[in-house]
Ligand binder design. Structure first.
Ligand SMILES: C[S@@+](CC[C@H](N)C(=O)[O-])C[C@H]1O[C@@H](n2cnc3c(N)ncnc32)[C@H](O)[C@@H]1O
Length: 387
């Protein structure tokens, strides 16, 4: 991922799209008569019907898109995650899987290709975006046609009583967050207004709920955060985790995402927060440009998610250790060293596991109810003490 020097220019269709997004933001600011919270801006930019980044049908993922996720790096990712899912399904005694936010459908296609032949699995995808759901169906039809009949799309979580596995890869970091700033006089909340034809930052005193949340973060991390410290907080993410947990009667919720335990996320040295935008493989920190044309993410507070869910935390580790625990290296056994196959496998394994690649920045958390046995993906070092 290149770090921003200069963003590529927009073509005519993108410029027109940007104008429409600006009109949406402006209309909302005018209707409220004041700047909108950053979380609302992020929601519009990513999820506004037909226009938001995930709903407009842009290329989004892969070499021709804006960023690459682990399932796009290698089929080994889905194949290895499927082993964890298979173990959990056999412990639960049900063959029900729900994937939330399946993106381009690459992980789903690989998962059903692995799971369906081992015995009928019902694989449901909860996807917010119709454009994404269409792409997922295409991906599965092309790469796992025999399994397509086992897949269906849902637009809400099932009723309580679910028994099975829920998984979400790089979904939580795309759920809206609030942005706060510690000031000499207290805590302020970043809002987005509209001026001279574009969205602009505005600052407002934090509402008591947010100020209290920031207060409790400071208390927990054991540091007074310095004036000028900016970061994000995700109440909507906690509500999301709680709503999943309350549906699960017996099962595993597997969350994989960029993020940290709370004490590390809000380390006093991380003074500018973790907001990251991706536009054609350029990473930068300004969510107010390219509205609706770029991804916007913020790292996940895994401690907050675990607490909000209230399930057993059966495991917390890095992506690299998780995949190795699930047998990532097995496909390389017996492959002749130096052969093109060996080179391909080792290159992909390195990208998925090395700390400088995706191996450490992405964490994996297993939340369970009614599962006592240890999960294979967490057989390496136990990182739960960091939560
Ligand atoms: C970064 S992409 C995830 C990519 C995919 N899981 C992968 O591994 O390549 C985020 C996905 O989550 C979807 N999404 C975001 N919020 C959602 C929600 N509340 N419920 C369901 N899907 C959601 C988006 O439309 C998009 O498909």
């Amino acid at each position: 991922m290149r770090v921003l020097t200069e963003l590529p220019a927009l073509d005519a269709a993108e410029r027109e799209h940007l104008e429409r997004m600006h009109a949406l933001v402006r209309a909302e600011v005018e209707a409220r008569g004041e700047a909108i919270p950053f979380s609302r801006y992020m929601e519009i930019a990513l999820y506004a019907p037909r226009l938001g980044y995930y709903r407009a049908g842009w290329r989004t993922f892969g070499a021709r898109g804006d960023f690459v996720t682990a399932p796009e790096v290698s089929p080994l990712f889905g194949r290895t995650v499927a082993r964890q899912v298979e173990q959990a399904l056999s412990l639960i005694g049900e063959r029900e899987v729900i994937e939330i936010g399946a993106g381009a459908g690459t992980l789903a296609a690989r998962m059903v290709a692995e799971l369906v032949p081992r015995g009928g699995v019902r694989y449901r995808i909860l996807e917010l975006s119709g454009a994404m759901a269409a792409r997922q169906r295409e991906a599965i039809a092309a790469r796992a046609p025999d399994a397509l009949a086992s897949v269906s799309w849902i637009d809400a979580l099932p009723e309580p009583g679910f028994r099975g596995v829920v998984l979400a890869n790089e979904v939580v970091d795309a759920l809206p967050v609030e942005r706060f700033e510690v000031t000499a006089g207290g805590v302020s909340m970043h809002h987005v207004g509209f001026e001279a034809g574009r969205p602009i930052w505005e600052s407002r005193p934090a509402d008591p709920r947010l100020a209290e949340a920031v207060e409790s973060i400071q208390h927990e991390v054991g540091h007074v955060l310095p004036a000028g410290y900016v970061s994000e907080i995700g109440p909507a993410r906690c509500a999301w985790a709680a709503s999943i947990a309350e549906r699960v009667e017996r099962g595993l919720v597997l969350l994989m995402d960029y993020g940290y335990p709370r004490r590390e996320l809000y380390h006093p040295d991380r003074r500018a927060g973790t907001l990251q935008c991706h536009f054609r493989h350029r990473a930068h920190g300004n969510p107010l440009v390219r509205c609706g044309l770029q991804d916007i993410t913020a790292h996940v507070d895994f401690t907050a998610l675990a607490r909000a869910a209230g399930l057993d935390v059966a495991g917390f580790t890095t992506q690299g250790e998780f995949l190795l625990g699930c047998g990532l290296l097995d496909p390389a056994v017996g492959v002749a060293p130096g052969s093109p196959e060996f080179v391909r496998l080792t290159t992909e394994i390195k990208r998925l596991t090395l700390p400088g690649e995706m191996g450490e920045a992405i964490k994996v958390m297993a939340l369970t109810r009614g599962i006592e046995d240890p999960l294979i993906g967490f057989s390496g070092r136990d990182h739960r003490v960091r939560l």
